[in-house]
Design a protein around this ligand. Structure first.
Ligand code: 3AT
Ligand code: MG
Length: 335
């Protein structure tokens, strides 16, 4: 059903760099927005410390991993040392305190998959979700941010891909398509696979950072300042990379057998991961290994009908990149 096709040469591809870079620039949050996020974090820290003096607040998700668009909500993780706490009680207590401090739209969602308190800060206008002790998410946020330091093309590519996924409606895990986190991992893996490589595999290098979270050892090389320029032997431009990324997922990825793995910087087989058959709701129709929770397939939300939607969108994007004189218009056309 899906097309196998050779990607033809497109001589004018570099003419498309500027339009892509303009889109990227328009999505970057301004410094003053970053300052407002910090201001809100400081306010929340003050409130939290009254009740839990040892607690800490960390940003995670797109506002902490450098792949956040302007005007996005922020994700905050509250770490409380004690592992035996009752999360629901803490969240309800926290919600009360936030309300007393005049934060708005405060809501405790204690039964969600990741229980959170939602709020809106009227002085900055920023909305925020606070979760508790979700330390793995804080660590994978740092991994993504560290990769982004190495080569600017990662941030550019991931912004374009996330923007495409949001406008085309394929960034909705509750509808069986992929999370932003999954798309960023796809971009990192793709740049690890270019020849010459644009990104290294940090988890295969000497360990300079290591933490154990929920019995998962998370370790990798995090002195990324020393890796700036790593990909400079590869001169591919952002337009070429966007085109190659969509072509890869449209025509070349082996959906039947392959698992992409940022942890190893390679492609693994579904067989070695034992991801060959459906177990419960895990169908493994597109396989993206989490870099730390390696039994976790970020493609597991994808089902029989949403895999079709996704693959058709990848093909559509690849075709536009191949043929359209002005791809930026059609690529980001709302569905
Ligand atoms: P947006 O800009 O909000 O779309 P985001 O980077 O905030 O993108 P998500 O909202 O998808 O990404 O997720 C927030 C963070 O939660 C990102 C990552 O640190 C963590 N996370 C999300 N999904 C998973 C997952 N399936 N496994 C582990 N961590 C995850
Ligand atoms: Mg988010």
């Amino acid at each position: 059903r899906y097309k196998k096709r050779q990607v033809a040469c497109r001589g004018d591809i570099d003419r498309l760099n500027n339009p892509f870079l303009e889109i990227y620039e328009s999505l970057i949050p301004a410094e003053e927005e970053k300052a407002k996020q910090k201001q809100l974090l400081t306010l929340l820290e003050k409130i939290v410390c009254k009740e839990w003096p040892d607690a800490r607040l960390c940003l995670y998700g797109s506002c902490g991993n450098s792949f956040g668009f302007s005007k996005s909500d922020i994700d905050v993780c509250l770490t409380i040392g004690d592992e035996d706490i009752n999360k629901s009680e803490v969240l309800l207590k926290l919600a009360d305190m936030l309300q007393l401090d005049n934060l708005q739209n405060v809501q405790a969602l204690t039964r969600a998959r990741v229980p959170i308190v939602k709020l809106m800060d009227p002085s900055t206008g920023i909305s925020c979700d606070i979760c508790i002790n979700n330390v793995l998410a804080v660590v994978n946020t740092k991994l993504l941010r560290d990769y982004a330091e190495i080569d600017l093309r990662l941030r550019q590519l991931a912004f374009i891909v996330k923007h495409w996924a949001k406008t085309r409606g394929v960034n909705e895990t509750y509808q069986g398509t992929l999370s932003s986190y999954a798309y960023v991992l796809m971009c990192i893996h793709f740049l690890q696979q270019r020849r010459p490589a644009i990104l290294p595999c940090l988890q295969e290098m000497k360990t300079t950072y290591s933490v154990t979270v929920d019995n998962v050892e998370c370790s990798y090389f995090d002195q990324v300042e020393s890796l700036i320029g790593f990909g400079s032997r590869n001169r591919e431009s952002i337009a070429q990379l966007v085109w190659a990324f969509f072509s890869y997922w449209a025509y070349f990825h082996n959906y039947a057998n392959d698992v992409i793995s940022v942890r190893t910087g390679t492609i693994l087989s579904k067989r070695t991961k034992d991801w060959t058959k459906r177990i419960g709701n895990d169908r493994h129709l597109i396989c993206i290994e989490d870099p730390f929770e390696i039994s976790h397939d970020l493609g597991r939300v994808v089902d029989k009908s949403s895999i079709r939607v996704l693959r058709e969108e990848f093909e559509r994007a690849a075709e536009i990149m191949q043929d359209d004189p002005n791809p930026c218009v059609k690529l980001f056309e709302p569905y």
